[in-house]
Design a protein around this ligand. Structure first.
Ligand code: AMP
Length: 125
């Protein structure tokens, strides 16, 4: 079920548990600001999620409340993951689902990184 992205941050969400080490993950990259790990239900040959370490529900929540350092750290982490996985030349797709119409299921901001095959048109019609 999609979440209501206007709700306050739920510290029991699955990505909060991953950040606290309560649930295992397959880490791709980690630094002070971000964690990147393989999606448990991959929808492309490479499907990685990048999340900020702070407690933010959505892109608009993050952009409104995060510090400039947190924002820079998160954005740089996404680029780092793409470069380190060798995705720059073949290409890749970034996606952030937000709220109901965005079909966001986990209420902690995350960017999907899809790659490994031609990904087709942007949205199903
Ligand atoms: P979204 O619809 O953008 O909120 O996507 C949430 C994503 O989180 C889905 O692609 C799920 O497969 C993924 N996911 C849910 N639980 C886990 C988990 N424990 N480890 C890794 N990925 C997960």
């Amino acid at each position: 079920m999609p979440i209501d992205a206007t709700q306050p941050y739920d510290s029991q969400n699955v990505f909060a548990k991953i950040l606290r080490g309560e649930i295992p993950n397959r880490t791709v990259y980690e630094d002070e600001w971000a964690l990147a790990f393989h999606d448990i239900n991959p929808q492309a040959p490479l499907h990685v999620l990048v999340i900020p370490k702070g407690a933010y529900v959505s892109w608009d929540d993050f952009s409104a409340r995060a510090s400039a350092e947190e924002i820079a750290g998160f954005v740089r982490a996404v680029g780092h993951v793409a470069r380190e996985a060798g995705l720059v030349e073949p290409g890749y797709r970034l996606l952030a689902n937000i709220g109901g119409h965005g079909h966001q299921e986990v209420p902690h901001l995350h960017v999907h990184v899809f790659a490994g095959r031609p990904l087709g048109p942007m949205l199903a019609r």
